[in-house]
Write a protein that binds this ligand. Structure first.
Ligand SMILES: [Zn+2]
Length: 295
């Protein structure tokens, strides 16, 4: 492999999915530390994700304390915020949250798998579909808030059936920013999309997310060569990369981003493809002009 300046690729990158503290459990870093480290590496932006609360207010405070980087909040429709609770989505959006994740740990498609991984979760799980396969009524208001505030709709841990149903409706009402959340991390979900389905979703305009966490040797040891191949099959112009890090046993998010970029390059992803997935596509989703100065 030719010499590649990783610092140059890390600089200006965006991690749209990280889990710094405070959280209900231990974290490797808190949101201020994560933002400082990302800023020192020259990263352009980070998105805070929490399963415990809407991270919008935390992001605003961190933005005040840490200059020269964009820090965004998000909301995750798990039991902790009331599940499919439009009040929480609306207040998060009004505070500035940029991403609305569909249910993750609380998703019916995920809750048993997450329990098996050791999380003490209660409840039967939340599904976006009723018995007839239609979206549950709560989704109408939630999608209209996402549209009104031009938020990113991220699929969380929902099933392929839920994914297609919610994206079709989202597109019908004009939601443009859609991310299929780490669909290759099969350990989180009962059902995951096939590569063919991901290609179909990409054609519909969704970005497909790949995260580092599943590849780590202490997590799921996913084969990075296979991830690189999947990216090539889908096309980097339809993909984003993020870390999903913040857990105490894992690398710091900023080092995770570095490692992810280096690993993909090692397996044949080009620098241009990295730029698309780590900089250009996330900047589109977050309305950050790739040439604009940080303010
Ligand atoms: Zn996550």
């Amino acid at each position: 492999m030719d010499f590649i300046n990783i610092d140059h690729l890390l600089s200006g990158s965006i991690d749209m999915h990280m889990h710094p503290g405070p959280a209900a459990g231990p974290c490797r870093v808190d949101a201020i530390e994560a933002a400082r480290q990302a800023q020192q590496a020259g990263m352009k932006a980070i998105v805070l994700k929490s399963h415990s609360y809407t991270a919008a207010a935390v992001a605003i405070i961190v933005n005040k304390l840490v200059p020269d980087i964009h820090v965004f909040g998000s909301v995750c429709l798990d039991y902790e915020i009331g599940g499919l609770n439009f009040h929480a989505v609306e207040s998060a959006a009004m505070i500035g949250a940029k991403v609305a994740w569909m249910p993750t740990f609380s998703s019916t498609n995920s809750i048993n798998r997450m329990r098996a991984l050791g999380l003490p979760l209660e409840g039967e799980g939340i599904t976006l579909l009723d018995k007839t396969g239609s979206l549950v009524p709560e989704m109408e208001r939630i999608l209209s808030i996402i549209k009104k505030h031009d938020m990113v709709l991220a699929t969380g841990h929902i099933s392929p059936g839920e994914t297609f149903a919610v994206i079709k409706e989202a597109q019908r009402i004009g939601i443009k920013k859609i991310v299929i959340t780490h669909p290759t991390d099969k350990e989180f979900s009962e059902k995951i999309c096939s590569i063919g389905e991901l290609q179909q979703l990409a054609k519909m305009g969704a970005f497909i997310e790949f995260t580092l966490v599943g590849m780590l040797p202490n997590e799921f040891c996913h084969d990075p060569a296979q991830i690189a191949q999947t990216i090539k099959t889908i096309g980097a112009e339809h993909c984003i990369i993020s870390t999903d890090l913040g857990q105490p046993q894992n690398p710091l998010p900023v080092e995770g981003m570095r490692l992810f970029i280096a690993t993909l390059l090692h397996h044949g992803i080009t620098q241009q493809e990295v730029e698309l997935m780590a900089k250009i596509n996330p900047a589109i989703l977050l309305d950050l002009d790739k040439n604009s100065e940080i303010h």
